[in-house]
Design a protein around this ligand. Structure first.
Ligand code: ADP
Length: 354
């Protein structure tokens, strides 16, 4: 019999889950699945029931001992994973206004699990935590101080992905692990992180995961004046603007066809070509900015669905980055789930079977 950890990534309309068995050295993946099209609180709840049923039927002799959650926002306070109790949950609830599209789903999954399996300890692992090492100057907007104090700051996201890359980088490239490295996480959501010695010192996403690079359906950095224009000239409501910048923009909005890079790469349509040009151009511009924050660059790492799989996009990014001189280039598949499993194990002090 072996102990196992359930890892949950509860999104707005999907639930990804993985079960890891605790071996002596590593947590090894045992079950993995994804439930899609969850559009109501009831469907989210039923999805968790079916995950637990699947665990019960497939775990056999093995025993679930903990649940690890991906939680998008840990605010200023949480710089590392934490075991969840009533106080922590209440504090994470306070952060809902900072991540209204993601945080409520993460917290609903935590509450649902504590109702169903109250004996299992739960650990929250935050997408923001890895970026708490950014210097203060990298976390501030040029807004009046009172807004910074109430939490309007550059937090950064994709932290579990960056932390995983940082944890394996040494095995790929010692100079990159110790030196100045930019990691480009290019998936449906896309961001870049500047690391010095494996620690985040700047990143492209900021207050929300809408900032920075252009993404599948998110616009990325936008002149704040554009939002004012949309609200006054087009009488768009806050909700309408939110939908526009999160769901109708990016590769989808510019191409008018698809948010999927594979579809765009196989199309000769000029708008699809232009969408890819803009995607690559924005990466190049942000790379320059992050290299400036690092004072030079030793290595560039690609990860995420596009970064791992598209040689064409990688080649175009590298061509535009030629001005940076000789830098090492790596492709490293990310693994946020194993990061959550390992954090959960460590926070709870769980031993593996030797
Ligand atoms: P998410 O951010 O939702 O986790 P992924 O990291 O899975 O997304 O990335 C999804 C993106 O990766 C999509 O745009 C998809 O088209 C792209 N992608 C996956 N495989 C390839 C490929 N072989 N070539 C180009 N793009 C790819």
């Amino acid at each position: 019999m072996q102990d196992a950890i359930l890892v949950l990534n509860a999104g707005s309309s999907s639930l990804k889950f993985s079960v890891f068995r605790l071996e002596s050295e590593a947590a090894t993946l045992f079950i993995h699945g994804q439930l899609e099209s969850l559009t109501t609180p009831d469907s989210h709840d039923q999805a968790l029931t079916s995950v637990l049923e699947r665990c019960t039927s497939e775990l056999g002799e093995n025993r679930l001992v903990a649940v690890g959650h991906r939680v998008v926002h840990g605010g200023v306070k949480y710089a590392s994973p934490v075991q969840i109790d009533g106080v922590v949950l209440a504090e994470l609830e306070q952060l809902v206004p900072l991540a209204p599209l993601h945080q409520p789903h993460n917290l609903a999954a935590i509450r649902a699990m504590s109702r169903r399996v109250p004996h299992l300890p739960q650990v929250a692992c935050f997408d923001t935590a890895f970026h708490r090492t950014q210097p203060e100057v990298a976390q501030q907007f040029g807004l009046p101080r009172r807004f910074t104090e109430e939490g309007v700051r550059r937090y950064g996201f994709h932290g579990l992905s960056y932390e995983y890359i940082a944890s394996v980088l040494e095995g790929h490239d010692r100079r990159a692990a110790e030196g100045r490295t930019v990691v480009a996480h290019l998936g449906n959501g896309a961001s870049m992180c500047a690391m010095r010695g494996g620690k985040s010192i700047a990143t492209t996403m900021s207050f929300t995961p809408a900032d920075g690079l252009m993404m599948g359906t998110r616009c990325g950095s936008l002149d704040p004046g554009v939002l004012l224009y949309l609200m006054t000239r087009h009488s768009m409501s806050g909700d309408a603007v939110e939908h526009l910048i999160y769901h109708e923009s990016g590769l989808l909005g510019v191409s008018g066809r698809s948010s999927d890079m594979r579809v765009l790469l196989s199309s000769a349509n000029p708008n699809a070509v232009e969408a890819i040009d803009l995607f690559v151009y924005r990466i190049g511009r942000e790379l320059g900015s992050l290299a400036a924050a690092l004072g030079g660059l030793d290595a560039l790492v690609f990860t995420g669905g596009i970064g791992e799989n598209s040689a064409v996009i990688r080649e175009r990014v590298c061509r535009d980055a030629a001005w940076l001189g000789a830098i090492n280039i790596h492709v490293i598949p990310t693994n946020e789930e194993v990061m959550i499993a390992n954090h959960t194990r460590r926070v709870l002090g769980l031993k593996g079977v030797s």
